[in-house]
Design a protein around this ligand. Sequence first.
Ligand code: SF4
Length: 727
Amino acid sequence: MTERTEDNAQELRIRQAAAWLEPGGPVARRMPGFEVRPQQLQMAEAVARVLAEGGVALLEAGTGTGKSLAYLVPAAAAARAKRTRIVVSTNTINLQEQLLRKDVPLVQEALARHAPFRAAVLKGWTNYVCLLRLEQALNGQMSLFPAEREAARRLKEWAEDDSHSGSRDDLPLTVDDALWDEIHAESDTCVRHSCPFYERCYFFRARRRAQEADIIIANHHLVCADAAVRAQLGWETDISVLPGYEHVIFDEAHHLEDVVTEHFGARFSRTRVRRLLSRITGRGRLLERLQHFIAGRPAGQDAGQVVRRLQAVPGWAAAGQQAADGLFAYLTAAARAADGADGRGRGEGHVELSPGQLEPAGWSRTTDGLEQLGLALQALSEAVRRWRPGDQEAEILAREAEALGRRAVDAAADLVDLAEAADGRFVYWLERAGGRREEYALRSAPVEVGTLLQDSLLRHVKTAVFTSATLSAGDEFDYFKSRTGLAGWPAVAVEQRIPSPFNYSAQVLLGLPADLPAPDDPAFDGALANALGLWLQASAGRAFVLFTSYRSLEAAYGVLAAPLSAQGMTVLKQGDGSRTRLLQRFRRALRPVLFGTDSFWEGVDVPGPALSLVVICRLPFRVPTDPVEKARAEAVAQRGGDAFNDYALPRAVMRFRQGFGRLIRTKSDRGAVIIADIRVHQRGYGRRFLDALPACTRLQTDARSLAEAVRRWLPPAAPPGDGAARA
Ligand code: SF4
């Protein structure tokens, strides 16, 4: 067979794979009750086509399409036919886990005879426990509190049981971030083959499984980290995080811009310096362990070198600390001056930086201190290796000194970059961070991520599929393409918006209250709280109330929490526990109400009558003074676009669609969505929001009549009893 004929045969085999999702096909035969969905077939055909021919596909697939199977089935066929590896990248660990535990095993079973394939999940280093660091923590080499020591002991028992992946998500106990920071795997301090636990190491086992896999389930952060390494070492390098691959499928692709932004941006904070110095000079840390190591071995000329190098480090660490304290004292004062005398003025939490603005802060003293510290650690590391070549324990210490030295030098380089603020492709700012404690961080972010994404990844792969339930602002993919650099990209072969199979007009009452003040009216908060009281009573709770700011959330919660609780509702609000924990409580309660901001607008799945009402309090425009938002809007205008219509509006519409999408998760769900922001029907741009939704039963009336309509529309709730929660 000629090469071309072989290629054609491969392409045909891949394209035929979509038929495996048809009635009577292997998936239907394997899954009792499997429902054939034309939308799923349509998506599978599109994925199969680009995997066969190469190129980029943009596929928006509405809720209920079954998109995981729609890409996994053709991916399995392509991996088999082309003997190639495919990376499936998600934004959340939740979806990664769902694919690994539910969808992949199902497809593997169904296609066992047609396209058998191996799959593995791979997460970033810090998700896995490091057996060496855990051992060090338990041996008292690190300063753990008694409770942490007890938790570390339980972790040790868990880590010795090989039945799990060693990932934090598999942990049967809650471990706080501070302890996890002490024991997770790190790429730079890891001694690899010199590690006594190398064969058992959870990260390397996961990596070995990934190397043998045809389909790797990864996440956007890991793909970005891998791409950054490949950008430095060449795409073909085999020492990057992910094994080499040619095809990538991004699920939850609407998050990519944010992930790339975060990945290529820089951050310099007092906490970063403090953590670094604590790893070096803290109790039971590097220097102390080295002193202990030296004391237990015979002295000699080379040992003297190590001691001299070691003695130089604390001085540089102290100098770095002192300079950083001075820098952050200056930054705090500057931020307070810009943000009101007590730092609570406008509350925007950030001050934009321009070139030269930080000169008076004397930032170069900090960079000098960190650079010298880095060099001192480097010299120490070399001296240790010279003194005890081949000694495993010496290598562990030398590697740590080298890695921490590099971190000091990297921190100095980031500070130079942030203080000079000279790269016009980036935006620089000083941000208030750290929650209740007043703490500031210098930040930078790329204004546009398109070129970064293209150069570091898209130019190197044969296929890239971008999919999500929300990839457009309701019309075309113009916004997504412009944000990811795909506008005008010749390889975009497929663009499809695949509608949800749900019958929204029968399932959703879309309520538009006509008598509320506009959100910028001082009377809005009070009127909203009154209306929410009526609507939540009508729905018997079972509701998400979505806000765009924590301040508005607190205002409404403060007014409503007590009266709603008195009506037998379980009232929850974001911030009172982790998202997972809040959702567990929501699902268990009979009449739950959850007041949420950012993280509840998407990625939250509550099927059935437990969630019957979603209230969108305001249209979700981003804060226009946010430095990244502002820089991006300006860049759009500079290119001749319209900052509002081409950037702020489509971004808000996508977010709005995500909020709306919380309600209907299955074809038997029924509920109401109320948009409390009257701009949606009073302003010209409001149409863009409403047109982006599927056709629903729409009702525009006063808030009280709307409450009555909601009561009639919803299935009745179970009466409140003395057991306020489901068993
Ligand atoms: S190989 Fe590296 S990550 Fe694994 S246990 Fe050893 S030091 Fe930790």
